[in-house]
Design a protein around this ligand. Structure first.
Ligand code: URA
Ligand code: SF4
Length: 207
């Protein structure tokens, strides 16, 4: 019986969920990761942002979005007028999936099975926070929220009706780590501006 369901306390608030997640054995990712990484930010937030999974830094520090992608996200949130502390930040998958190459831990995308296994945590967070809008950062978050594959390029920056099991409209946008991979300075600046514009759409829904 794979999946996080049996480790997720019913009707729990964010603090109780956070306390329960280290025990989760809903998939195998807990084995190699340092620790589960739950959410940060306000449990009363109007805007909930969903990333993919913790990265190397997040895995070590136990906090979401504290690495390079988090820095991009911070800047974009500020530019969109969303104070980071007023938002709720979490990930579709709570343990870091990586491939070991020598001593280096190389990020590996979570498989659909990991998204499905970890989804009960996200569902519980949606129920506890009850945000006015949910932002999906990148294709993995979008897949978890929608329950089906989505092309970010086609759907980004629009207010989409609440999918099954999500109590609020959603806005999809690019993952901040994708912006870090854009080599050309002008293209990277344009990609950042597009992220800010999408976040501003979400901010407007939340008002
Ligand atoms: N990327 C994510 O999707 N989430 C994090 O917490 C860090 C990097
Ligand atoms: Fe549980 Fe999610 Fe971690 Fe898998 S990734 S063990 S489902 S918390």
């Amino acid at each position: 019986r794979p999946g996080a369901e049996r480790w997720v306390p019913p009707d729990a608030d964010v603090a109780a969920l956070r306390a329960a997640v280290p025990d989760c054995r809903g998939c195998e990712l807990w084995r190699d990761a340092t620790q589960a990484v739950f959410s940060s930010g306000s449990p009363d937030a109007a805007v909930m942002l969903v990333g993919e999974q913790p990265g190397d830094r997040e895995d070590r520090e136990g906090e979401p979005f504290v690495g390079p992608a988090g820095r991009v996200l911070d800047e974009a949130l500020a530019a969109a007028g969303i104070p980071r502390a007023d938002a709720y930040l979490t990930n579709a998958v709570k343990h870091f999936r990586f491939e070991l190459r020598g001593k280096r831990r190389i990020h590996e995308k979570p498989a659909v099975g990991h998204l499905v296994a970890c989804r009960p945590w996200l569902s519980a967070e949606l129920g506890a926070v009850h945000p006015s809008v949910v932002v999906g950062l990148g294709a993995t978050a979008a897949r978890s929220l929608l329950g089906s594959p989505a092309r970010i390029g086609d759907l980004r920056g629009r207010v989409l009706p609440p999918p099954d099991g999500v109590p609020a409209p959603i806005v999809l946008t690019q993952h901040p780590s994708a912006i870090l991979r854009v080599r050309d300075d002008a293209d990277r600046a344009a990609a950042f501006d597009a992220l800010v514009a999408d976040l501003a759409v979400a901010a407007e829904v939340a008002e």
